[in-house]
Design a protein around this ligand. Structure first.
Ligand code: TTP
Ligand code: MG
Length: 347
């Protein structure tokens, strides 16, 4: 069945938040980051983009291009706060939301059985009226095309890419618009005279495979409008964890404890950001002779607290007789659930 995928991306995100919080900045070339000579630009308002200022550009170049630019230090906590509110809106549309970055997400709305254009307009309207910001939305039947759509007529953009527009709409695009083709690949293709998708389209699959390895087929398919990647939602996720191959094999529990601390912090941040908790904690080890073992413990309630996850992980480690040295250690939590739902059930 054909899917309906949305890609949403806030416009000039950090700069727009600054303008919203300080109306004097409206209509001005606002540049976030690059305040010091050696710093780099995080982003800038569309007014500043007219001068050629871009993300990741050194501050001194931005200043040379746009001397009247208003340079501001980033306020990450504030962007995170707004980002959470944007995601609250997205999560109210569907549970199938995949966060890609602080200002960008994919939504799979296939099962919502709604007119996709209506959904897109609702998101745009709510972001505008509730937060005072603009978001661009792309609608299509896979991730690659939806992302292309959200970028099509930014800012405040809305674009539907349907099957019958393929491959024509893709032909004139420069190859760097093909999601997955990084700087190096683009240069390599430029070197053999390939600059746009139409030229890339003419290359045989076998050639692309030889040129890019397994990734070649993916590129071949993508420029034909095919992309099977699923929207990976946190709810579908069965577990969250971290593991690491140790630099030097060891069975020193004090040292292994430090890894567990770091993993627990990581896991807890992930869970708390998404309001998730997990019931089962699993410790994984691999000995120096490549034997793998796991040990798990399940709880009656949902854990998400860093200290608790670390504490339980460390107990599991202590319950093991480490005769051999370890080459890998990992910690994960599974049986995940949104904590709000759990509370609702309680009432
Ligand atoms: P983007 O969505 O790439 O950029 P943007 O939202 O500023 O502008 P656009 O309208 O083109 O989407 O990135 C989101 C935020 O991430 C951006 O506001 C600042 C931050 N960022 C950096 O700090 N450094 C970078 O190099 C990039 C690309 C983004
Ligand atoms: Mg953006």
């Amino acid at each position: 069945m054909e899917r309906t995928i949305l890609h949403v991306d806030m416009d000039a995100f950090f700069a727009s938040v600054e303008v919203m919080d300080n109306k004097i900045l409206k209509g001005k070339p606002v540049i976030v980051g690059g305040v010091s000579q050696r710093g780099v630009v995080a982003t800038c308002s569309y007014e500043a983009r007219k001068y050629g200022v871009k993300s990741a550009m050194p501050g001194y170049i931005a200043k040379a291009l746009c001397p009247m630019g208003i340079f501001l230090n980033p306020r990450f906590y504030r962007y995170k706060e707004i980002s959470n509110m944007v995601f609250d809106i997205l999560n109210s549309i569907t549970s199938k939301v995949e966060a890609v970055s602080i200002d960008e997400a994919y939504l799979d709305i296939t099962e919502e059985n709604r007119d996709p254009l209506e959904v897109a307009k609702e998101i745009k309207y709510r972001v505008k009226s509730e937060l005072g910001l603009t978001i661009s939305v792309g609608i299509s039947y896979n991730k690659f095309l939806a992302k292309l759509g959200s970028d099509w007529n930014k800012p405040d953009g809305l674009m539907v890419i349907s099957k019958k527009m393929i491959p024509k709409i893709l032909f004139p695009l420069p190859i760097n618009k093909v999601h997955g083709l990084g700087k190096r690949s683009v240069t390599r293709l430029n070197n053999i005279g390939i600059y746009n998708v139409e030229q890339l389209y003419k290359l045989e699959k076998e050639f692309l495979n030889e040129y890019f390895g397994k990734f070649g087929s993916e590129i071949y398919e993508r420029i034909r409008g095919e992309d099977k990647r699923e929207v990976a939602t946190t709810r579908d996720r069965k577990s969250v964890g971290k593991e690491r191959t140790l630099g030097i094999d060891t069975n020193d529990k004090e040292m292994l404890k430090e890894y567990l601390k770091e993993f627990a912090k990581n896991i807890s941040t992930y869970l708390n950001d998404r309001n998730l908790g997990g019931k089962t904690i699993t410790l994984k080890i691999k000995t120096s002779d490549f034997e793998s073992h796991t040990k798990s413990k399940s709880f009656e309630y949902y854990l998400s607290n860093e200290e608790e996850i670390f504490g339980e992980g460390f107990k599991l480690l202590n319950s093991l007789e480490l005769e051999k040295e370890l080459r890998l250690i990992g910690l994960s939590i599974s049986n995940l659930k949104t904590k709000e739902m759990e509370q609702l059930k309680f009432f």
